[in-house]
Design a protein around this ligand. Structure first.
Ligand code: SF4
Ligand code: SF4
Length: 427
């Protein structure tokens, strides 16, 4: 493998959305008639299933498929389970969707409430992995990752998105509680909060060390912040966690704070909604709400070939059904009119070098793409720096031939990851 670290940031070209004082409050999406909750586990072992169609569930109830499973989801509503099915996601990933028909009378499961007065890492791990912002807690007990620094990300990772900035602006008290609880349950005192320059005053009362971040894309991606905030350059193939640094979104930290303070698991997600005309709005929706409900609230009709994207314009992924739900980590939903969708072509690479000039990781993308197109993923990793890619999407954005370079890269990483897992399992 190449031993070159990424460094030498090419001048970024695009500016992030900056939340200003005039940003309106989020539009509240009405409680849906049905929610769909996703479990990171495949449904299939009928004997061990703890959930059945027709089961009644309460708001805040923990749902798992089997006794031995670590995977769980917290019901965001009270109602009856109406379906349990395996779904196929991007790049062959499978998960289980549990749909619940919502009852008018809400009942609250109080298992978490009884534990909340004495916060621990175990309680957080057992109840809060699916709160808005989707924090992960397992990393803190992984002996191979000695986490010593937490960065609370009060910026947004993609263009046009303002979700985490809104949390910093509107709910810094909850962020402060979350920072205090994280210090207590992890024993880590080195907690920073990264925010755009205009939010530094808002962030001061968070109890974390405030660090401003540039407004030029892709400055808010974790690998870039490792370099700009901590002066650390990620070695090829290493993650931030390998270097002892863990990122949590501001929304995740606020959710942790609110959960332990109020004894109730938060279930309402803030999402940036970008309409066909590019107009952005913040919305507040229950996790599990179908995207259709948000489109209806804004009077959006999808025409043939319009595109629905979960995420922002640079790194978002298309979805193919309006029934797809708001998930714990859905920061943005973008609707693109068919006439405004960037064209993807099957023209060959003309070796213009635009992608190389744009790449913040200084990868020879023009060479890399040749191996990716041919499905030679190991060669791409060994000879052309695949694992230095920080997944910013700038190469696709600037590609003169409109090649889907970024998608080739994601597919290659996924396929190599699968091979590594299969080899480890068979070893
Ligand atoms: S997505 Fe493209 S431009 Fe961005 S780091 Fe990866 S190769 Fe470079
Ligand atoms: S920008 Fe596109 S056409 Fe130009 S070198 Fe890169 S991959 Fe090839």
């Amino acid at each position: 493998m190449i031993k070159r670290s990424f460094i030498g940031l090419t001048k970024p070209m695009l500016k992030y959305e900056v939340l200003d004082a005039k940003t309106p409050e989020p539009v509240i999406i009405q409680e849906p008639k049905k929610v769909s909750l996703f479990l990171d586990e495949t449904f299939g072992f009928k004997d061990s299933i703890l959930l059945k169609i027709g089961d009644k569930v309460k708001t805040g109830q923990k749902l798992s498929l089997s006794e031995n499973s670590d995977a769980y989801v917290i019901s965001t509503v009270t109602g009856k389970i109406s379906s349990i099915e395996t779904l196929l996601g991007d790049y062959g990933k499978t998960f289980t969707s549990v749909s619940i028909d919502v009852d008018d009378n809400e009942e609250i499961d109080d298992q978490f409430k009884t534990l909340a007065p004495e916060p621990t890492l175990d309680i957080a791990n057992n109840f809060l992995s699916g709160v808005p912002g989707k924090p992960s807690f397992k990393i803190f007990s992984d002996p191979e990752k000695a986490i010593n620094t937490i960065i609370v990300n009060g910026t947004d990772r993609d263009l046009l998105v303002a979700t985490n900035q809104y949390v910093v602006k509107s709910d810094i008290r909850a962020v402060k509680s979350g920072v205090r609880i994280l210090k207590k349950i992890t024993g880590i005192n080195d907690i920073l909060i990264a925010v755009p320059q205009n939010l530094t005053q808002d962030a001061i009362s968070s109890g974390a060390q405030v660090t401003p971040v540039d407004s030029e894309y892709p400055a808010t991606l974790p690998a870039m912040m490792m370099q700009s905030l901590l002066g650390q350059i990620l070695p090829v193939g290493q993650s931030c966690e390998d270097m002892g640094v863990f990122f949590l979104s501001a929304e995740a930290v606020a959710s942790i704070g609110r959960a332990f303070e109020e004894g109730r698991i938060p279930s309402t997600k803030t999402v940036t909604f970008v309409n066909k005309d590019g107009v952005k709005s913040l919305v507040s929706a229950k996790i599990g709400t179908p995207v259709r409900d948000i489109l209806n609230t804004f009077g959006v009709t999808l025409n043939e070939k319009d595109r629905l994207i979960i995420g922002g314009p640079m790194t978002g992924a298309s979805i193919y059904s309006e029934d797809f739900p708001v998930l714990a980590d859905t920061d943005a939903i973008t609707v693109q009119d068919r006439d405004n969708i960037p064209i993807v072509s099957d023209y060959p690479c003309i070796n213009c070098g635009e992608c190389v000039r744009a790449c913040p990781a200084n990868i020879p993308v023009n060479m890399l793409v040749r191996f990716l197109e041919a499905g030679q993923y190991e060669e791409a990793a060994d000879q052309y720096d695949l694992y230095s890619c920080i997944e910013c999407g700038l190469c696709s954005y600037v590609c003169v031939s409109k090649m889907p370079v970024f998608h080739y890269i994601k597919l290659a990483k996924y396929e190599l990851g699968r091979t590594t897992t299969a080899e480890a399992t068979n070893a």
